[in-house]
Design a protein around this ligand. Sequence first.
Ligand code: ADP
Length: 191
Amino acid sequence: MINLILFGKPGAGKGTQAAFLKKRYDLVHISTGDLFRHHIQQKTALGTLAQSYMDQGDLVPDQVTINMLEQEVVQNPQAKGFIFDGFPRTTAQAQALDEFLNVQGMAISATLALEAADDLLVDRLLKRGETSGRTDDQDEAKIRNRFDEYNAKTAPLKAYYQAQNKFFIIDGVGAIEEITARLEEVVDQLG
Ligand code: ADP
């Protein structure tokens, strides 16, 4: 089983690359951002709760996010593995994920961190915002707030996964296929 975490700031290319990895390794792709947006669209209670945070570029509370993620894994018992995209984003989420997977007899294989400079990411997000309709991508202040959230709450996960020898840095600048090839090289080397 291969279980991958796609790690990186907003705009780093996690969703784009997840689509490739999913096909290449026959994995189930779970994007917490996509799940929340689905709930918002369906006007569920969870969607209403999540929206108030997402609109500001703040993280949704841990327990809400963890419960949603675990439910999604449980609903895919036949999966050959998972790509976690946008999760974990806090140390509490990472610890919960490790414990949960452990109980299921599973484990994280690798955390793949896509890296690019902030200014490039802002450009990418503003461009995405022109067509995606995502309000959190249309306002530079909200984007910068997401980076602040990342730096404060998500960046510490680098040390968390490095301590487990599972952290791989991938240059996220270049053509999509080039970045894909870099990811593939790392995944193919996983024992
Ligand atoms: P991006 O990576 O571009 O920020 P996402 O679609 O992954 O986009 O996430 C959008 C928003 O959804 C985040 O800003 C946050 O409010 C919420 N969200 C997604 N994943 C999580 C998570 N693991 N924990 C808390 N909030 C989350």
